[in-house]
Design a protein around this ligand. Sequence first.
Ligand SMILES: Nc1nc2c(ncn2[C@@H]2O[C@H](COP(=O)(O)OP(=O)(O)OP(=O)(O)O)[C@@H](O)[C@H]2O)c(=O)[nH]1
Ligand SMILES: [Mg+2]
Length: 464
Amino acid sequence: MNLQARLDGLRSAADAAEGRLDQALLDEVRAGVDRSTGRLRLSERHTVVAIAGATGSGKSTLFNALAGAELSRSGARRPTTSTAQALVWGDGDADELLTWLGVRPADRHRRDALPTATPPGRLPEGLVLVDLPDHDSIEAAHHAEARRVVELADVLVWVVDPQKYADAAIHREFLRPLAGHRAVTMVVLNHIDTVPEERRRSMVADLRKLLVADGIRDPRILATSARHDVGIDDLRRAITRRVQEKQNTVLRIDADIRAAVTRLADAAGRAPYPVPDVWVADLERRLADAAGQPPIRRGPVDRPAVDNAVRGLVDRLCGDLAPGWGRAVRAAVTQRLGDTDDRLDAELAALPVPALRPARAGARAGVAAAVLLALAAVASGVTGVLPPVVAFAAAGLLGVVAIVAGLLDRGASRRAAAHAHQVDAGCREVVARVVREHVLAPARRELTSYARFERGLRSARGQV
Ligand SMILES: Nc1nc2c(ncn2[C@@H]2O[C@H](COP(=O)(O)OP(=O)(O)OP(=O)(O)O)[C@@H](O)[C@H]2O)c(=O)[nH]1
Ligand SMILES: [Mg+2]
């Protein structure tokens, strides 16, 4: 998937999270998208390699060594470099790119225009080497300038020295956030001449350990002495390889997008979308219980039980979601809980009442009476109170009445069951409708923005 589409996805994720995630984070992500979009519009023929690091680590001295000329002032006064210095190899027009990088015209240099010096032209065409002010400066403007260009450059050369390589602030502020940028980052341990030879290897190993702890897998480390021309050829070769691979802009933007995706995803947490059916079924069952099953249901719904059931679902929905997002979902559903109860009451009250009992009771009483009378008639026939013919005829007649009444009872009982079933189905329908309209719809409306956010992240990852 092309980078611009991934950047668009990242922007749409940030937009979908507006008001739900930390504003500063969203602004940073959008600023990153703008930077990358800007870089993609500019020269593909150039590779911006920025030299960054603490004051006095030897950035300008390294820059000059690579340039083969004393272009950038290096010195004992700290800090020395105050604005980014750029040197362009080759005859391509890099002005637009340098303007975008914010390099002042006075600080732009062309390798072609310099007198041939040692070592001549051993770096490839298209390289734009930038010497930065120190990032740990007591001068706020230096810090801002360094940070700005570090965010824009295609490749980063981090210069550390034997005194400050373990400095916690450098690792926390710069190296750790660039952990995913290994492909476009190299670390240079300069001033290596000041370290006794037998200690150099263990110092590099120690630096490696720190970088790995920062999250940089298999970091590239070069040990140099800019003052005594140690390791400069290796650095030149490493830079040449990077520039010739030409993928740096793409790799840098890819790493930036991944880092932003991780930050957004971590900040947002997760929401189940769509809402799982079993959770909905569970809520419906609990609301039906709160309404009371017919024919028991006679009064208003059990409001605390409805509240509990609805809040239970919201808790499940928001459990792993960022508080900002969770609050919005919770508010959307629970602010209407009173309406939910009223609506349940009103709709359940409008259901037909299961009231076939009197008919059944009458039929049953009829059966019982007829049986008793028939028995009385038989008894009076036997005891001679009535003439036997009359008694047995009366008993027969009452027997028929009992059978008819029994049939009526069975019919009534079947109708009652069917009616109760209908009322029960009606009740379930009411509950399902109220759940759909009062709970799921507002929750889904809120979760739609989360779904848009997720979609944005997926396309930022290049998955759609
Ligand atoms: N011994 C030794 N001295 C070095 C080395 N690299 C630079 N220096 C000296 O260290 C001092 C600072 O070097 P700079 O190149 O100005 O350092 P910088 O990183 O550009 O410093 P800022 O511009 O202030 O950020 C200078 O006096 C250099 O000559 C080195 O590898 N070994
Ligand atoms: Mg400098």
